[in-house]
Write a protein of this length. Structure first.
Length: 128
């Protein structure tokens, strides 16, 4: 909920003509990337713990899907995390490279509709 509020404030702030400027972009992107990394690590740890239990009970052949699922989760979070970390570094230092990475951050975000089984990775802006 906090990230949604920060996102709305960042978008409003970028278009509003006001003399009061509070920079919400850096905290928003920092929290967003940090939350993505933490959630990915926690989900992966939980999957590997479940894999270990299945491996002890049913054998090695039945635990293989857990590794594939963990790899998919890590790969989907890696794109946004890597681009986001570089964007945060450029944003914090005031480097003009932030203008190049800003559209990429928006395109690398993984958005999911209300149903959690339908994930879509939007890469149209990157030329893929």
């Amino acid at each position: 909920m906090y990230l949604t509020a920060c996102s709305i404030i960042v978008e409003y702030q970028s278009t509003a003509q006001t003399s009061v400027v509070i920079d919400f972009a850096l905290p928003y992107f920092s929290l967003s990337v940090a939350l993505t990394i933490i959630a990915t690590v926690l989900i992966t740890v939980r999957l590997m713990a479940g894999r270990r239990v299945v491996q002890k009970v049913l054998g090695t052949s039945h635990s293989a899907p857990y590794v594939s699922i963990a790899a998919m989760i890590i790969e989907s979070a890696a794109l946004y995390s890597i681009v986001g970390i570089f964007f945060i570094a450029f944003l914090a230092t005031g480097n003009p490279g932030q203008n190049v990475l800003n559209p990429m951050v928006g395109q690398a975000m993984v958005r999911h509709p209300r149903s959690s089984s339908n994930f879509t990775l939007t890469l149209t802006g990157l030329g893929f």
